[in-house]
Each structure stands twice: as C-alpha cells, then as structure tokens.
Design a protein around this ligand. Structure first.
Ligand SMILES: [Zn+2]
Length: 202
C-alpha cells in the first residue's frame, strides 16, 4: 500500500502524483525533468550529526583568536566579535551590523533551529513551535554568508602581508571548516521528510 501525494514541479508548475519513495530515491518531473522529491538516506541522523559538529566549530570560531597581527614588535589578537566592535567604533554601523548578522547571528540561529527541530524528531517527538521554527530556518539559511566574509578576510590578508606578520588563529580554521559543514547539513536535510514527521500525530 503506497501513499501518494501531490507535488507541484518548481520548474514548470506541473502537478504530479508521487508515490512514497524508498531511501536514496528521487522523483523527477515527467515534463521537464526537474527534481520533485528526494529521500536522503538517514537524513535526520546525518543532519543532526553535522549540526552538532557545526555547533562545536561555531563555539571554537567565536571563543578563540581569529588572527594575530605582529607589527613593530606589537601583537594584536582579533576575534570575530572584536572585528564587529571595531567596525562599530569606526562608525561603520551598517557594515558592522551586516557582518554581525551574516557571520554570527544567522549561522548560530541556523544551527540552533536545526537542533531544536531535528533532535525531538530523531526521538519521534513533537514539541510546540516546530512549524514556525522550521519555516524560520528556511529563511535564515539564505542569510548565512560566512564564505563571503572569509574571502574578504583572505583578500585583506594578502594586502596586509607586506606590512605586518599575520598569524592565523585556531578560530579561522574552525570558521573555514564550519562553512562546508553547514553546506553538508543543508544538503542532507530532507524538508519533505521533516514536514511529514512534524505533521504526523505522535
Ligand atoms: Zn516540471
């Protein structure tokens, strides 16, 4: 007995009846070949593991020095937060807020929302607020732009390399690692499955 559901193609708007898919399978639109539905194997476990790894990396990236600059015998340590504070101190409030939101607030919110939605589902439970949390997650994801920030840092490092000696801190490695971990978490998340589990009566 296979339950069928209606899925609208994102590419050509064709309404399709799709049967329950086995793990690892995907359904394509018969008209345009667009992806309708996909079952990622062990989606919840995998995404949850990546989320926990991401939270550890996030903590390290924020707790330890990002870079140390040695110039004329003086050593200056910077962290992610001190960079944002420096922008505010130089009256760059807009840029400071943007950096704060896209590199600290959005990734942290993304990780916490993933954890709050997936951890209960992993144990077959539903908690109040799951639906708005999962909706918010889908919006926050697009605001997490750590890779843009990292490219900016690398460009300025190349420019500063002649003036000062730059020592990369442990945080910059965690930050660089956090980017692929978040991408992998997003790729292994199966939104259809999450909606289905949220909707199912416990
Ligand atoms: Zn289509």
């Amino acid at each position: 007995m296979s339950a069928r559901k209606l899925i609208l193609c994102h590419d050509c708007d064709l309404l399709n009846r799709v049967a329950e898919l086995p793990s690892g399978a995907s359904a394509l639109c018969p008209r345009c070949g667009g992806l309708l539905d996909r079952r990622v194997p062990n989606s919840i476990d995998r995404t949850l593991a990546l989320t926990l790894a991401g939270l550890v990396l996030f903590l390290v990236a924020n707790a330890f020095p990002f870079l140390a600059m040695k110039m004329q015998g003086q050593v200056t340590d910077t962290t992610l937060a001190s960079g944002v504070r420096a922008l505010y101190a130089h009256d760059e409030r807009f840029v400071g807020s943007l950096v704060l939101f896209t590199t600290i607030v959005a990734p942290l919110l993304q990780l916490l929302l993933l954890l709050s939605v997936l951890a209960p589902l992993r144990f077959g439970r539903r908690v109040p607020g799951m639906i708005p949390m999962f909706r918010l997650l889908r919006r926050v994801e697009s605001w997490s732009m750590m890779e843009v920030f990292l490219i900016g840092i690398l460009v300025s490092l190349v420019k500063l390399a002649d003036m000062a000696q730059i020592v990369p801190g442990i945080a910059i490695w965690s930050f660089a690692l956090l980017i692929p971990v978040l991408v992998a978490a997003k790729a292994s998340l199966d939104p259809h499955l999450v909606w289905e589990r949220i909707g199912r009566r416990a």
